[in-house]
Write a protein that binds this ligand. Structure first.
Ligand SMILES: Cc1cc2nc3c(=O)[nH]c(=O)nc-3n(C[C@H](O)[C@H](O)[C@H](O)COP(=O)(O)O)c2cc1C
Length: 368
């Protein structure tokens, strides 16, 4: 079927001027395939290049740590020190194809950065309720100096990404990591970095403004959000998330990436509300919306675009279907949904280390 008039395969220009060739993004996916010091691992390079070859218009790296204390995963890519630069430049150069625009997801784990990886006790907006006597990794409350330093670390990581050749960055404000911990209603600190909506939004706002100021008007900048309280993203409220998104757009963000886990799941706060349409109404039309969450088929992707999203972002379906954007052009094509054996996954540029990590997600890896 000729799909030349199909929005899914139509180019999209962000307000910074960056254009992607189609509306299909590779979601940021932690894969544990880099080296212990955060330098790029060969398997991480191969895994991402394989998706770029498959025709994804936008390819996001995994959540990449912005400082040593920010690290959250074994084998995680770093964007924190000069030692990371060479690998980042190789990655940017290898990913940029005629179709693919590559960006880095910037990450700080906050209370979810284990001391075994960082060498330091984690900190967050507020202290953990766990007793440090019995839970040595219970987060303490961060100081204002640490917050300011973390803001600077995010901005420097964006500068590093730009120098390496990436077209932009996504600030990871979702899934209960440091920035989400600050946006959350659980952030009751009263020193201007919490409590009120302004206080809770301040950290991400300063990061977005800092990136825009120091990386220039043509650098692609987005923020990922968990719009509602779900899983680790505790204390997130739908209407507050809409206000945050509006502020980030004012501060210079080109896009907001809604992490929904399931695009078809009803809104928790108002069951009859279409969450995508809500954000679409609230944001200026040139601020783009990306949506992730159980988008498997081209028909589902198109329906998500119809609801007000500008791009779809694929996680599990991209793991199992490296050529999704190319295959989806064929009428009647149905995606592989797994589970697949380790060797089948390996044929899709997924190394044994990534296979191990994937075992925590249901129905990707076939045991035995
Ligand atoms: C293996 C795996 C790793 C993930 N790593 C990240 C990550 O590094 N950063 C992030 O924001 N989300 C991460 N996510 C969430 C995905 O980006 C995506 O939002 C989620 O998987 C829902 O989309 P899907 O239903 O298409 O998989 C991860 C998900 C999976 C399955």
């Amino acid at each position: 079927m000729d799909r030349s008039d199909d929005t899914l395969f139509a180019p999209l220009t962000f307000r910074c001027g960056v254009t992607v060739e189609n509306r299909v993004a590779l979601a940021p996916l932690t894969n544990g395939q880099s080296n212990d010091d955060g330098t790029l691992g060969r398997d991480e390079l191969l895994w991402l290049c394989r998706r770029a070859q498959g025709g994804f218009g936008l390819v996001e790296t995994c959540a990449a740590f912005v400082s040593r204390e920010a690290k959250g995963f074994v084998g995680q890519l770093g964007v924190a020190t000069d030692a990371h630069d060479e690998g980042l430049a190789t990655l940017a150069r290898s990913l940029e194809t005629e179709v693919t625009v590559p960006i880095v997801q910037l990450y700080h784990g906050g209370e979810r950065s284990p001391s075994a990886l960082t060498g330091a006790r984690p900190w967050s907006a507020v202290a953990s309720k766990q007793d440090p006597a019995t839970h040595p990794d219970a987060a303490r409350e961060g100081t204002t100096h640490e917050i300011e330093q973390a803001v600077e670390d995010f901005v420097r990581a964006a500068e590093r990404s730009k120098r390496a050749g990436f077209a932009g960055v996504e600030v990871h404000g979702a899934h209960g990591y440091l920035l989400c911990q600050f946006l959350s209603r659980n952030n009751v600190r009263e020193d201007g970095w919490g409590a009120s909506l302004e206080g809770r939004g301040r950290m991400v706002r300063e990061i977005v403004r800092g990136i825009r100021a120091r990386c220039g008007s043509e650098f692609l900048v987005g923020v990922r959000l968990s719009p509602e309280d779900f899983g680790f993203a505790a204390g997130m409220d739908l209407d507050e998330s809409v206000t945050f998104a509006q502020w980030f757009a004012e501060d210079g963000a080109d896009f907001v990436h809604l992490s929904l886990w399931d695009h078809a799941k009803p809104c928790q706060k108002r069951a009859d509300e279409d969450i995508i349409a809500l954000f679409r109404r609230a944001l200026p039309s040139d601020v783009r919306i990306l949506v992730a969450g159980k988008i498997w088929t081209p028909a589902e992707a198109r329906s998500v675009l119809t609801r007000g999203s500008d791009m779809v972002s694929l996680g599990r379906s991209a793991i199992l279907n490296p050529d999704w954007p190319m295959d989806a052009r064929t009428s009647g094509w149905a995606p592989e949904r797994g589970p697949l054996s380790a060797s089948e996954l390996e044929s899709m540029a997924i190394s044994p280390r990534f296979v191990e990590y994937l075992k925590r997600f249901k129905s990707i890896v076939r045991e035995g």
